[in-house]
Design a protein around this ligand. Structure first.
Ligand SMILES: Nc1ncnc2c1ncn2[C@@H]1O[C@H](COP(=O)(O)OP(=O)(O)OP(=O)(O)O)[C@@H](O)[C@H]1O
Length: 808
């Protein structure tokens, strides 16, 4: 075996002569070479930083030596300098600080540092993007320093803006004068910050006042978008550059090397997403390594509204949250080393051989947290035999969380999922900015994370249509719920989507109370935006069933079958708002800690949930229920039957896994967002996207700061079984809290229409109808007159106030 390897190396040795650039490129594919180069660059960046600092003190004393040529300075040992980094450091410091960009030259140190770190394998910041920003900042700082501190340190032999800053600012002053240069410096700073930082835009807008004509809402959106377009272009270029880098990395991490176990892997460069075939000596088993490069990311700046938008709605100035509110979490290519892959493969092959199982081929697909080894066994091998070796393989690899899928549906192979020694965090940002999510045409797109082949996993909640989420404590359930909500917030306008949030633990979902007036729905008399009290939950669920029935009535009147058709007709103005028609937002009910609810309220919550789950899909009401305790008394047959899509994070036992997924597997997950998603008969392993609480807060702050509706969307009132009123019997002692305001609006407009009240107060049709009934009983409006608006019986405010006095 060894001789074979040697032979192939000899053969390699006889390859044609390559040009030096190609050899250097080739060398960079070797991770050891990259590591050594990275180390040298990081060390040099430190050396330069010290040289710069020392130059501030020693530059004056050393100044006469800088007139010499570099070589002469270095050669002559009689010349000494005061700079602590010696003659080379002093020379570089003089060159970069005084002759180039002054203090801004520290950006070179910074760039060298992150390049070095990148070569060492750590992704501190995206290289190309940082390079662009660093260049802009360097030039700006240098010119500003040149302008403001032109002669400040001349006696210390230090030009704070460097020769560049000095000359450019001199030239600017002679061309546009001191005032012109000052304005130019200031304006360029504002433009830079405006283009790159969303918060600056918002603060700046607040500072100059919203009412200035030049910053009318729409202009503002346009400006922001144009800026983001240019950034999008930049990013596309960056991405192209990064994609190239990632190809080099993918290739370099699988270079030819001899291994202990005599399997040889000569893996050729291939395109992104293509399996990299492994050349191997005769009779040797080949390992194909599927290295999916990170998916294409598109514009990272402004996020734009998509899909139909009802122009009659009030929040036309709403700006979608921008991508820079989310963090990178150092996410990127999976950094599983070639050594790890080969080690695991050899162990798998050896364990199977020990049990006399011969295999034909083996392929590895590297995912963010798990690598899938796909095996094709020799003919005649019984699949169940491999399945039974799960524990033995786990033992030989000394790894937890190994899952055997025998066979992989539709593939005819056997899969062995092995956790990576260094799992990658999949950032929410990478998922939100992925082309797949950005281009999705789904009505309610939920981006949950990445599959084992590094593909972004997106599904349409309208098709799900309800989700059951379970997992033991601390395994990533709350992060998962945040990922679901965040992805919807990044795609939907407040007019299109409302959440009803139920959180008996009171802490998990509280973070969303800031977006109450934009994205939340609740009972009219409910004070808290997030529902925590069990009785309130029961009332809200009943109210949702009323909303569901109301919506079905509207759909029937409009001769439509579902919310999509209905809203389409409404947008096309084919439905008359005077007849109670209105745009229907999707409603997503999220219940965290479902176990707590069912333990205290039992059937009282189970039945309305089941009813909503059975019927509400067509009218745009979807449910997501989460629980820590996936036992059969919590996830009952009724619940299970109505929640076809289920997500399982790691659970404690196989029984729990069966309760959620109807199959084992969730007990073998590795935690921290590792999950199995079951949709019908499919079971998909996905690494959940990670979104941290501060990120969720930033997104909510961003939305919450914007103009919203006057209140949360009000669900129909539910007064309990005994409290329902007969139509026509209006009790004026129980007037709606909005009664007086509504009466004023009706009198001021001299129009007694339900839809007017609905629009003005953003309330549901039922509640607006009840207010109109109360206004009729109080004598403010006349009786119902079919399609015409009711007659207003009170002519002015004064008369109205007198009427209120009497009612009070
Ligand atoms: N997708 C993920 N990627 C990386 N780490 C994660 C992910 N999800 C969760 N974690 C880690 O696990 C920790 C616990 O997650 P989380 O709070 O979501 O658990 P939980 O299941 O909701 O727990 P509990 O039920 O007790 O609230 C997080 O603080 C984080 O460190």
């Amino acid at each position: 075996m060894a001789s074979k390897s040697k032979k192939s190396r000899t053969a390699n040795g006889k390859r044609r002569f390559k040009n030096p650039l190609a050899s250097l490129k080739e060398s960079f594919k070797n991770y050891k070479f990259r590591f050594a180069t990275g180390l040298i660059i990081v060390a040099f960046s430190f050396y330069l930083a010290v040289a710069f600092f020392s130059f501030f003190n020693s530059g004056y004393a050393d100044r006469s030596k800088f007139d010499l040529q570099f070589v002469d300075l270095i050669k002559d040992t009689s010349i000494q300098v005061d700079n602590v980094t010696g003659k080379i450091g002093a020379w570089f410091a003089d060159l970069m600080v005084n002759k180039w960009f002054g203090l801004a030259s520290f950006s070179f140190v910074f760039l060298l540092f992150i390049t070095g770190f990148r070569l060492l394998g750590a992704r501190v910041l995206p290289l190309s993007k940082t390079l662009i920003h660093a260049s802009i900042i360097t030039i700006w700082v240098s010119v500003s320093m040149g302008f403001f501190f032109m002669e400040t340190m001349e006696d210390k032999y230090l030009l704070l803006g460097g020769a560049h800053g000095f000359h450019v600012s001199h030239w600017l002053i002679s061309t546009i004068g001191h005032i012109g240069t000052f304005i130019l410096i200031l304006i360029s700073l504002v433009i830079y910050l405006t283009i790159n930082f969303e918060w600056f835009l918002i603060k700046f807008r607040k500072l100059i006042g919203k009412d200035l004509a030049i910053f009318k809402e729409n202009d503002f959106v346009d400006t922001a978008m144009t800026a983001s377009d240019s950034e999008a272009d930049n990013n596309e270029q960056n991405n192209a550059a990064e994609a190239d880098e990632s190809i080099t990395e993918a290739v370099s991490s699988v270079t030819t090397e001899e291994t202990e176990n005599e399997f040889q892997f000569d893996i050729k460069p291939a395109k992104k997403f293509e399996a990299l075939p492994v050349e191997h000596p005769d009779n040797e088993l080949e390992l194909k390594i599927e290295k999916a490069a990170s998916e294409e990311i598109i514009h990272t700046g402004e996020n734009r509204p998509q899909g139909d938008y009802d122009p009659t709605l009030d929040l036309s100035s709403y700006i979608m949250p921008s991508f820079d509110l989310l963090d990178d979490h150092k996410s990127g290519q999976s950094q599983v080393t070639e050594e790890e892959l080969i080690y695991n493969k050899n162990k798998i092959v050896k364990t199977l051989e020990d049990y006399k199982i011969q295999i034909k081929s083996i392929k590895a697909t590297v995912g963010p947290t798990v690598t899938l080894y796909e095996i094709v066994p020799m003919p005649g091998v019984r699949i169940s035999k491999i399945k039974n070796l799960e524990d033995d393989i786990a033992l030989s690899l000394a790894a937890l969380g190994i899952r055997i899928i025998a066979p992989i549906p539709g593939e005819g192979t056997i899969g062995i999922e092995v956790p990576n020694s260094e799992p990658q965090v999949v950032s929410m940002k990478s998922i939100i900015t992925s082309r797949k999510f950005q281009n999705t045409k789904f009505e309610l797109p939920v981006a949950l994370g990445k599959t084992i082949s590094n593909e972004t996993f997106v599904f349409d909640l309208t098709k799900a249509p309800h989700l059951l989420v379970a997992g033991a404590t601390g395994q990533g359930k709350s992060v998962g719920l945040n990922a679901i909500i965040t992805s919807l917030l990044y795609k939907k306008h407040p007019s299109q989507l409302k959440f009803v949030l139920v959180d008996p633990k009171k802490v998990e979902l509280n973070i969303y109370s800031k977006i109450e007036r934009h994205f939340l729905a609740k009972l009219p008399d409910e004070e808290e935006p997030i529902i925590t009290d069990v009785q309130r939950v029961v009332n809200t669920l009943h109210s949702l069933t009323i909303e569901m029935e109301d919506r079905y009535d509207l759909l029937k009147k409009a001769h439509t079958r579902n919310i999509k058709e209905y809203n389409h007709k409404f947008i096309k103005r084919e439905l008359n708002p005077e007849k109670g028609h209105h745009f229907l937002p999707y409603i997503i009910v999220i219940i965290d800690e479902f176990a707590d609810l069912i333990m205290t309220a039992g059937k009282e919550v189970e039945l309305p949930i089941a009813r909503i789950a059975q019927l509400a899909r067509a009218v745009g009401i979807h449910m997501i229920i989460a629980t820590q305790r996936p036992s059969t008394n919590i996830i009952t047959g009724v619940i299970k039957a109505n929640f076809p899509t289920r997500i399982a994070f790691k659970v404690a036992s196989m029984i729990d896994s069966r309760t959620i997924l109807d199959s084992p597997g969730a007990n073998q997950l590795i935690g921290r967002g590792d999950m199995l998603i079951s949709q019908g008969s499919d079971l998909i392993r996905v690494q959940c996207a990670f979104v941290d609480t501060p990120e969720v807060e930033k997104v909510n702050d961003f939305i919450g700061q914007q103009r919203g509706y006057p209140t949360a969307m009000h669900l129909p009132e539910y007064v309990g079984e005994t409290g329902t009123q007969e139509p026509g019997e209006v009790d004026l002692s129980k007037r709606d809290p909005m009664f007086e305001e509504a009466a004023r609006v009706v009198v001021a407009n001299q129009s007694g229409s339900t839809s007017l009240i609905q629009r003005r107060f953003s309330i549901g049709y039922n509640r607006a109808g009840r207010i109109i009934d109360q206004l009729e009983a109080a004598g403010v409006v006349g009786p119902f007159e079919g399609s015409k608006a009711r007659q207003v019986l009170v002519s002015d405010e004064l008369e109205l106030e007198r009427m209120f006095e009497m009612l009070r």
